[in-house]
Design a binder for this molecule. Structure first.
Ligand code: CA
Length: 248
């Protein structure tokens, strides 16, 4: 009994739907200051102290937005920006020091969405983050490839909606990400570890049975409610979403 209570309080923490900001800044004090301000505003924060770490943290933690200092050890901000842009269209706000403003054009050319000059007031940074996030959610094109299907289940990645025939199914962010990941890899068995890495991120150190808990949530909301069976268990291995009609 006690363990399930603990589990549930843990689950509640996992369900928080926070925007994750990757701060790339080699001035530790400034990075710490921005981190505290952002956390106070309810953001999740990851810090990278140089250009190479920025690339690594980007892959590890899949942030929603990036604050990128221009002058960095290892790789400079422009180079980091170019590399990230090959992989992702997350909003990138370039941070330049006073006197580096001539780099504005180059920064935008390398794929940054916006830039802010140091020293800045935190309110301005927060406003730019909000604006960049608004633009990025509005810009998302709802291309055909953004629609995933599994039998009569339709998952719209850009709108983040799930429908079974015409019934809309309400999912939390994590449930949605888990379902989308399973369906993207439908008919392939996915291990718990793979799910943890992709859906929760490499920095997740909590309960490993969190995956089973969320699978159960999905089954409650979809399989049980509509009398279908989408998510199959391979004991001791993991899970898979089965497309074709079969037994069990
Ligand atoms: Ca710097």
């Amino acid at each position: 009994m006690t363990s399930s209570v603990l589990l549930y309080s843990g689950v509640r923490i996992m369900e928080e739907n926070k925007i994750k900001v990757l701060i790339v800044e080699d001035e530790a004090k400034l990075a710490r200051f921005v981190e505290l301000e952002l956390k106070h505003e309810g953001y999740d924060v990851v810090i990278a102290e140089n250009g190479r770490a920025a690339i690594e943290k980007f892959y590890e933690s899949s942030p929603d937005i990036m604050l990128l200092d221009l002058m960095l050890p290892e790789l400079n901000g422009m180079e980091v920006c170019r590399r990230i842009r090959k992989e992702s269209d997350i909003p990138i706000i370039m941070i330049t020091a006073k006197g580096e403003t001539m780099d504005k054009i180059a920064g935008l050319d390398s794929g940054a969405d916006d830039y802010i000059t140091k020293p800045f007031v935190i309110e301005e940074l927060l406003a730019r983050i909000r604006a960049a996030m608004r633009r990025s959610t509005m810009d998302k094109p709802s291309a055909e490839s953004d629609i995933l299907t599994l039998k009569n289940l339709t998952v719209d990645i850009s709108r983040r909606t799930v429908k079974l025939d015409d019934n809309e199914i309400e999912l939390t962010k994590r449930e949605f990400d888990l379902l989308a990941y399973l369906i993207k890899n439908k008919n392939i068995v996915i291990t718990r570890e793979q799910i943890l890495n992709r859906v929760w991120g490499y920095d997740y150190f909590g309960e490993t049975n969190i995956v089973d808990v969320y699978i159960r949530y999905l089954r409650t909301k979809i399989d049980d409610k509509y009398g279908v069976k989408f998510i199959h268990t391979i004991r001791g291995v993991g899970y898979f979403a089965k497309d074709e009609e079969q037994d069990n």
